[in-house]
Design a protein around this ligand. Structure first.
Ligand code: BTN
Length: 325
């Protein structure tokens, strides 16, 4: 763990800790501890220093994503050895993480960017990443899966997102197949899974997640306003992005653990319970084809099974779902 993360952990775990104790625990001088404490203060951590209590963390900054702090808060009992980085700006966190993956970054590496200049959505669409208003991040996985099963990863991530968002906002967000998170008929988050692999194995997968957290209605462009919303609008209060980020990574940790250990069926069942698409009459564009019918279920690879008018079950692996009346 990095030094600032160790200091924050010690501060969070105690009601006060002396410079001497910190210096002993962490193995750097008291002067170095003092310098680190000042760095943390500059980031907005309100840390008291008193002769009686030593250093005490009074308040964390209101809406800052701080890699060391996120790491401490995601906690010890985890499946991945998380490696969290926060950038002020990235072109696209998916692209940046793909470069790191090529250079050997390990599973569980996560990149957050406060804004993205070229954020991407599915099907090559542009993704708007308002500065400090949302969570824009990518997670590196190296699963033992065939490329055909990559949808399992999106489904796993969607379950984690729904759990974390509903926990943090007391809302009831739903999934629109395959990867959109909706609230009240508008999109609030999306997932872009990209894989690199060979015919029969994935080298690495990048799960890119965009969550619209604290935008006001006016901050969305007129084109987006009709189809997108934020968690702040849904919950009618500001949401602490750091709390949500910790919740999402913790849930993702647990959900991946289930999928990796042969429990994907249970994850898929949970996904189905959150999915507003199943049972609906849908129309899905797949290239030149249009598939219309009732969304029936998802199969063991995460594809959508649509029962068409002539009673056939069509397997749909991608595309845009339109709900029909
Ligand atoms: C979609 O709904 O179309 C998927 C949107 C995914 C957006 C996220 S933001 C972080 C990561 N970096 C990107 O360029 N895209 C994903």
């Amino acid at each position: 763990m990095r030094i600032n993360a160790l200091i924050l952990k010690a501060l969070r775990d105690s009601k006060g800790v002396s410079g001497a104790e910190l210096s002993r625990e962490i193995g750097i001088s008291r002067t170095a501890i003092w310098a680190r404490i000042n760095d943390l203060r500059a980031l907005g951590y309100d840390i008291e220093a008193s002769p009686h209590h030593g250093y005490r963390l009074l308040h964390s900054p209101p809406d800052v994503l701080h890699a060391d702090d996120l790491l401490v808060r995601v906690g010890k009992r985890h499946f991945f050895a998380w490696d969290i980085r926060v950038f002020e700006e990235a072109s696209s966190t998916n692209d940046l993480l793909a470069r790191m993956a090529q250079e050997g970054a390990r599973e569980g590496t996560v990149i957050f960017a406060e804004t993205q200049s070229r954020g991407r959505g599915r099907l090559g669409r542009e993704w708007t990443s308002h500065s400090r208003k949302g969570l824009w991040f990518s997670v590196l996985l190296r699963p033992d899966l065939r490329p055909q099963s990559a949808t399992r990863l999106t489904i796993t991530a969607a379950v984690a997102l729904v759990r974390a968002i509903n926990l943090q906002t007391q809302n009831n967000v739903k999934i629109k197949w395959p990867n959109d998170i909706f609230f009240g008929g508008k999109k609030v988050a999306g997932i872009l899974t990209e894989i690199n692999g060979e015919l029969d194995r994935i080298n690495y997968a990048i799960i890119g997640v965009g969550i619209d957290v604290n935008q006001t209605r006016e901050e969305f462009s007129p084109e987006l306003r009709t189809s997108a919303t934020s968690l702040q609008i849904a919950a009618d209060r500001e949401i602490r992005r750091a709390d949500l980020a910790v919740a999402v990574l913790s849930e993702l940790d647990q959900a991946c653990k289930r999928t990796y250990s042969g429990q994907f069926d249970a994850v898929a069942k949970e996904w189905s319970s959150y999915c507003s698409t199943l049972g609906q009459r849908v129309s899905i564009r797949q290239g030149e084809r249009n598939i219309t019918g009732i969304a029936d279920s998802i199969d063991s690879e995460g594809a959508l099974l649509v029962c068409t008018e002539d009673g056939r079950l069509e397997t749909v692996v991608g595309g845009d779902v339109i709900f029909e009346k």
